[in-house]
Ligand binder design. Structure first.
Ligand code: DC
Length: 228
């Protein structure tokens, strides 16, 4: 069986991570959440009182506190854990403060360079599902399968709202929608690696489509390539 590389890109809350995790599990592949890596860089800057645009200082912090992934028992059963050095930051990197500042840090060229290097190293052996914004365009331009997921801002805000409710986090729907639109704008208009589909990506609109529907579609495409 071929070990292919699957790139899943798309805007915030388009369902990328849920879908990517499910595909990785189904194929026995590694799942890499690249958004978590940009969140780690942002978290390090915030925790260490480093100015969010000081790219050299943030790259130094990433060297001092290397990012790694593990598995463990989380709030919702087995989950992927994210570590900075030996500290579990799985949940802190999802805090609002990180979420609302990550677009600034992820626009820094030196931070992207450092994290893209790491992402490519992890993907070297193949058998990987990576989700992010620039996987098909920059990180793995020769990935065997590239999917670009989209969904209306309304639907994405609804998903985020429901997720928050389930986690017991209070949120305001209109604010969520505005935050999603603001992040979309920043992610698509930054100079370095803006969010956009690769020319050879399959664009899939998940508005009104169930997670299973999206997963099955991608699995079918993956198997066509694996079995070829
Ligand atoms: O997928 P997420 O919401 O956890 O991503 C957090 C931020 O990181 C998002 O605002 C855009 C940025 N990001 C990026 O620039 N490139 C990636 N490959 C993944 C995420």
């Amino acid at each position: 069986m071929k070990n292919i590389r699957i790139a899943i890109d798309g805007p915030a809350s388009s369902g990328k991570s849920t879908v990517a995790k499910s595909i990785a599990k189904n194929l026995g592949y590694t799942y890499l959440d690249t958004g978590a890596m940009y969140r780690c860089a942002t978290y390090l800057a915030l925790q260490n009182g480093v100015t969010l645009t000081d790219q050299e200082a943030i790259v130094e912090l990433l060297k001092e506190y290397p990012i790694s992934f593990g598995h463990g028992e989380g709030h919702q059963g087995k989950e992927q854990l994210v570590f900075l050095a030996d500290v579990d930051v799985t949940h802190p990197i999802r805090d609002n403060q990180v979420t609302n500042n990550v677009s600034v840090v992820s626009a820094l060229p030196l931070v992207r360079e450092a994290l893209v290097d790491l992402q490519r190293q992890i993907a070297q052996k193949g058998g990987i599902v990576m989700d992010g914004r620039d996987i098909g365009t920059v990180v793995l331009p020769d990935a065997e399968l590239k999917i670009f997921l989209i969904a209306s801002a309304q639907e994405r805000a609804q998903r985020r709202f429901k997720e928050n409710q389930e986690k017991g986090i209070a949120s305001d729907f209109e604010t969520l929608k505005q935050e999603i639109a603001a992040r979309d704008y920043k992610d698509s208009h930054r100079e370095v690696s803006p969010l956009k589909p690769a020319d050879d990506a399959i664009i899939f609109d998940t508005t009104g489509v169930s997670i299973e529907g999206v997963v099955n579609f991608i699995l079918e495409k993956s198997k066509e390539i694996i079995d070829k």
